[in-house]
Write a protein that binds this ligand. Structure first.
Ligand code: SF4
Ligand code: SF4
Ligand code: SF4
Length: 445
């Protein structure tokens, strides 16, 4: 079965004006309903985690921008192809033609198992080395988002360890004092739709959320600082970074005003002329579907390109990063780090299968870690993995707000199954949400 063509539209001036729940510069209206195609079947409303879709059965529906998370779950589940996505493809194509710029692809883990589907391969076909070769042929250099996921896990894993030390082991040394404002349970931060959901609807949860940037944003900042100055010797102002993502909410994330950290660091360190205007860490985001369209525009079929092994350190990563694309992957990678640091030893197995959540909306697990500071005495850590913000998350958040949560670590991914089922992935005509978001699940820790 082939994939469905999704209509796209170009950003307009209005896209960046801010207002309502958006700050100036943030991209809004990334997902829109075409009133000429909508038949009012109401399917999209049942997949929207934010109640942002309005309209009665049989009547044309519309999206209230201020409530929308830009997750694209409505789009991938509309049976009539009536929902469209804003695309920055034209801007990326024009940058690729500009010899002054080094265009860098930051390729997310879930893209490598989905891109081939756009070119007729069976769903799930892994194309890492062909995909790398195809991006290079198109004119990109590569900074693997998986490498950035490795960085994220070091940040987030150590942040969780610090919270454990402060809150559970009573370590009140000065360097841990800031965690007095950031209690357990620790929430993951790499899903921008989840972050916007928390900001709009559950602000009491914000102190619990990790301060680690998502891999996309870590990659953008690293490319324009360390990679530009130390590795490639390129003027950071002449680097154009492109997130290649399974996700439409990543388009929004890249535009958030706080994600100009490379600019501010470079300025502080004297690497930029005084009059340099601020620039973002990530300049543009293409979804998996957009990336496929880019290849079609350039007459490149990634399935016909000879695979190429990694040629640069920026293309190398661990297996812990690859599993980020799946629900439970961030948790598993963070727990591997936490286990090693807190116990002072390697776990008997690197596979923590109990937290792999891609087949259920909520998965809970208990992990016993022998704590080095307590002479190896074991402590149980209670873990919760949620995929699909709709239907499963509210009771978990309520428990946190009233101080009754049994969990120490909670991963939240907006899309059912995680990023592999993101709003930017190839669309099967029968819908891509093959995991039933309405499935009732018991909560046990
Ligand atoms: S799922 Fe598509 S056709 Fe049905 S109401 Fe939503 S936008 Fe309209
Ligand atoms: S993009 Fe996500 S939040 Fe926005 S209307 Fe669609 S399903 Fe709802
Ligand atoms: S789960 Fe992944 S694809 Fe879905 S909104 Fe979050 S980051 Fe994007």
């Amino acid at each position: 079965m082939g994939v469905q063509k999704i209509a796209t539209f170009s950003p307009s001036e209005k896209t960046f004006t801010g207002g309502g729940t958006f700050l100036p510069g943030e991209v809004k209206g990334i997902i829109r309903i075409n009133p000429n195609k909508c038949v009012g079947c109401d399917t999209c409303r049942h997949h929207c985690p934010a109640g942002a879709i309005k309209g009665s059965l049989g009547v044309t529906h519309h999206i209230e921008e201020d409530l929308c998370l830009s997750c694209g779950q409505c789009l991938v589940n509309c049976p009539f192809g009536a929902i469209e996505q804003m695309s920055f493809l034209d801007e990326v194509l024009s940058r690729l033609k500009d010899p002054d710029y080094t265009v860098v692809a930051i390729i997310a883990p879930a893209v490598r198992v989905a891109l081939a589907e756009e070119f007729g391969a069976p769903p799930g076909t892994l194309t890492v080395h062909r995909m790398h070769a195809a991006f290079k042929k198109a004119g990109f250099r590569i900074y693997e988002n998986n490498l950035a996921a490795d960085q994220t896990i070091m940040e987030e894993g150590y942040e969780f360890i610090a919270k454990v030390k402060y809150w559970l082991l009573g370590d009140k040394t000065p360097e841990l004092e800031k965690f007095a404002e950031h209690p357990l349970p620790h929430f993951t931060s790499c899903c921008p739709a989840w972050i916007r959901y928390a900001e709009l609807y559950w602000p009491d949860i914000l102190p619990h959320i990790s301060g680690a940037k998502s891999p996309q944003q870590m990659a953008g900042a690293t490319v324009k600082t360390w990679v530009a100055l130390r590795l490639w010797n390129i003027d950071p102002r002449k680097i154009y970074t492109v997130g290649i993502m399974p996700c439409t909410a990543k388009i929004y994330e890249a535009s958030r005003p706080e994600f100009k950290s490379a600019f501010y660091w470079l300025k502080e360190k004297g690497h930029l002329p005084e009059d340099t205007p601020p620039f973002p860490d990530v300049d543009a985001v293409l979804t998996t579907r957009d990336a496929a369209e880019l290849f079609r525009c350039l007459n490149i079929n990634p399935l016909n390109v000879s695979p190429e092994k990694e040629t640069d350190i920026t293309e190398v990563y661990t297996g812990g990063a690859t599993i980020f694309g799946n629900s439970g992957g961030v948790t598993e990678a963070a727990l591997r780090t936490a286990y090693c640091v807190l116990s002072g030893q390697e776990p008997s197995s690197w596979n923590i299968e109990a937290v792999r959540g891609h087949t259920t909306g909520v998965r809970t697990a208990k992990l016993a870690i022998p704590l080095k500071p307590l002479g190896g005495k074991k402590a149980n850590f209670h873990i919760c993995v949620v995929n699909g913000v709709k239907n499963h998350l509210e009771p978990i958040l309520e428990d946190v707000v009233i101080g009754k949560s049994p969990f120490h670590f909670i991963e939240v991914m907006n899309c059912p199954g995680g990023c592999i089922n993101g709003g930017g992935q190839p669309v099967n005509p029968m819908g891509t949400s093959w995991i039933d978001p309405l499935l009732p699940l018991p909560l046990k820790a």
